[in-house]
Write a protein that binds this ligand. Sequence first.
Ligand code: NIG
Ligand code: FE
Length: 423
Amino acid sequence: MPGGHRLLLENARQVVLVCARGERFLTRAALRSVAVLEGASLVVGTDGYIKAIGPADAIQRQFSEETFEERIDCSGKCVLPGLVDAHTHPVWAGERVHEFVMKLAGASYMEIHRAGGGINFTVECTRQASEEELFDSFQQRLQCMMRAGTTLVECKSGYGLNLQTELKMLRVIARARRELDVSISATYCGAHSVPKGKTATEAADDIVNNHLPKLKELGRSGEIHVDNIDVFCEKGVFDLSSTRRILQGGKDIGLQINFHGDELHPMKAAELGAELGAQAISHLEEVSDEGIAAMATAKCAAVLLPTTAYMLRLKQPRARKMLDEGVIVALGSDFNPNAYCFSMPMVMHLACVNMKMSMPEALAAATINAAYALGKSHTHGSLEVGKQGDCVIINSSRWEHLIYQFGGHHELIEYVIAKGKVI
Ligand code: NIG
Ligand code: FE
């Protein structure tokens, strides 16, 4: 019986599925290429999920009697999955362009942090901002990310540190989840820095005894929604034992572990994450060989952030070693006042040039593997029947242009589609 559907993408030069057999992540040989259909069409149903993908003539025959709210002629163009950004800090107030000047003059990230700048500076500004102000700037940032092709994004709290401001940030994230088209994975990052006047142990006590029970209570009532727990595990911030307590506390209230580790100093964070069953660990510039092996065995995703090493002139994370060892490698923009980058196409480009990833590896890392890092690869991260209808359409006959043309996605990306709706 004929029926109605939300969207028909017709006759694309390439439809990049990324994967096509229900894989939840891609590693090793599966990353030599990504799955592509030439001359194909895609149908999204009124529920926002993909109904059919196949050769253009077959889809035309199958759906010839049916109606669509919208049809887009994709001749000469490519359709890719919506991009997934696995690590961002997008809720904050204040301005840190002056720190860019300091970094250009040679100051290191930790020198600025110890002098009261960095995270602690943004914490002061964010504590003073109203919920409405925070929502407005957050919404604008999400729109910039969407225009660059992102349709699922991880968003952290972590510029409050005290319970009141952390909850304010989480309410802002919960509101965006309800009101905007982009999909959001929400992360509680109350252990992003040690608050002034406290030790790491005291801060960990406060989080475990006061913050986490409140998150559980407000999560139940629906006032907030939290998916992941994060800690900045770093020398001079949270040591390994405080990190363990906080992550275990989060896991005990049902959160996925997804944290900052082995960024500026080797901390054995990767080993800890693998032991605790972390879904993902970010940064890893200083990860050990044993940590890499442990993450591969534990199927703990490595979220690599090429903008951080670029901005701070750090050594690059060892992406090639991780890929060769079978680690599930994902990418994130790390959007924050230190790394002001909205664009996953730019991130993929940096991953290829600076971290020596291939274009198929980078695309998988910014789609299916990033979705895995957020525990969402059953619904996101590839174009497969039954998954959410999130797509990017580029005005090029080869998908690789999305990575190759750096800094120019405004001209290249024609449409971004979330749940079958053009946004
Ligand atoms: O992932 N490393 C810790 N957190 C952020 C930086 C946050 C900030 O500087 O405001 C990061 O790079
Ligand atoms: Fe970060």
